[in-house]
Design a protein around this ligand. Structure first.
Ligand code: AMP
Ligand code: MN
Ligand code: MN
Ligand code: MN
Length: 279
C-alpha cells in the first residue's frame, strides 16, 4: 500500500473532540484521507464506530489512541497506532488513567474557585461528552461560554497552563508504562506534536533517548501545530534516531483546530513513514 494522504492524529466526542467518530471518519474521507487513525485521549471507545464508518466509505483504518504521560515532571503525549484494542494491559492501563482525570478535574475546579471563579467543574460537565474523559478542553469551553475569556487560546493562556490558577499538577502514566502498553498490544508508539513541549534541546534529546530505550519507534514530524521550522527540526531528529515519521492533524472540531483532517504538508520524502510498520 502507498497512501497518498494519511492522517494519524485526531479526536472525537469520545475524548475532547466536537464530532462523533462516524462524522470525523466521513470528514476525513471527504478531505481525501485514504489511511486514517482516530486517536482519542486515553480512551478506545470510538474505534469500532470509526472503523465501521471507514469501511463504509472505503478508507483504510488503523486503531489509535493518544496517551497522557509525565516525563521528569513534563506532560507529554504518546500516540499508539495499530494495536489490538482488546489487549488487557492496554485497556486496564487506560481505565486507571481516566479515573485519575476525574480527581484532577475536581482539583482544577477548587483551584479556580480559590481565585474567584466558582462552579467550573460542574459547568464543564455540560461540555463533557464521555463521562469518564474530562479534559482541560471541556473546562476551556465552559469558561469561554461564561465570558471568562474570548476564546480557547485566551483561557488556556490565562488559566489552564502551568503556573496559571486553574492548572494543577497531575500524575499521568509514565513513559515506560505508555510505550509498554502500546507495544504489548502489538502497536507502535509515536511521540505526539514534539514541537509543543517546553523543553530545551538537551532535554528533548534525553527524552527521545529514553523513548527509544523503552521501545518507542515513531515521531510526529508533520502535525497541525508544527511550523515549517519544526518540521525541518524534527525531521532531522527522526533521521538521527532512526524513528519512523508520522503525520497528524490533531483535529478536534471545525472551529477549534489548527488544520482540518488530511490538510497537512507531506512528510519530507526521505523519511520512513510510520504506516510502513503497521499496514
Ligand atoms: P488535558 O489532556 O486535560 O491536559 O487537556 C489537553 C487538551 O486541551 C489538548 O488535547 C487540547 O485539546 C486542549 N488544549 C491544550 N492547549 C490548548 C490551547 N492553547 N488552546 C486550545 N486547546 C488547548
Ligand atoms: Mn485534546
Ligand atoms: Mn496532544
Ligand atoms: Mn491530540
Amino acid at each position: 500500500m502507498n497512501p497518498a494522504n494519511f492522517d494519524f492524529h485526531c479526536h472525537s466526542i469520545v475524548s475532547d473532540g466536537l464530532l462523533p467518530p462516524a462524522v470525523v471518519a466521513r470528514r476525513a474521507a471527504a478531505n481525501g484521507v485514504d489511511l486514517w487513525a482516530l486517536t482519542d485521549h486515553d480512551d478506545l471507545g470510538g474505534l469500532l464506530e470509526a472503523r465501521a464508518t471507514a469501511d463504509e466509505v472505503g478508507m483504510s483504518f488503523i486503531n489509535g489512541v493518544e496517551i497522557s504521560i509525565e516525563w521528569r515532571g513534563i506532560p507529554i503525549h504518546i500516540v499508539g497506532l495499530g494495536f489490538d484494542a482488546a489487549n488487557p494491559g492496554l485497556v486496564n492501563g487506560l481505565n486507571e488513567l481516566r479515573a485519575g482525570r476525574i480527581e484532577r478535574a475536581r482539583r482544577m475546579g477548587e483551584a479556580l474557585a480559590a481565585v474567584g471563579i466558582p462552579g467550573v467543574y460542574e459547568g464543564a460537565q455540560c461540555f463533557v461528552t464521555n463521562p469518564s474523559l474530562i479534559s482541560r478542553a471541556h473546562f476551556g469551553r465552559y469558561m469561554v461560554s461564561i465570558g471568562i475569556a474570548r476564546d480557547m487560546a485566551g483561557v488556556f493562556q490565562h488559566y489552564l497552563t502551568p503556573g496559571k490558577p486553574g492548572y494543577v499538577d497531575h500524575r499521568w502514566a509514565t513513559l515506560g508504562e505508555a510505550v509498554g502498553w502500546i507495544a504489548g498490544a502489538g502497536g507502535v508508539a509515536v511521540v505526539a506534536h514534539p514541537g509543543r513541549y517546553k523543553m530545551s534541546g538537551a532535554d528533548m534529546r534525553r527524552f527521545l533517548d529514553d523513548f527509544k530505550d523503552c521501545g518507542g519507534r515513531g515521531l510526529e514530524v508533520t502535525c497541525g501545530s508544527h511550523s515549517p521550522d519544526h518540521v525541518m527540526h524534527f525531521a532531522r531528529l527522526a533521521r538521527h534516531y532512526e524513528f519512523h515519521a508520522s503525520r497528524g492533524s490533531d483535529f478536534h472540531g471545525p472551529e477549534e483546530s489548527y488544520v482540518d483532517l488530511g490538510k497537512l504538508p507531506q512528510l519530507p520524502e526521505d523519511l520512513k513513514p510510520v504506516w510502513r510498520l503497521i499496514v
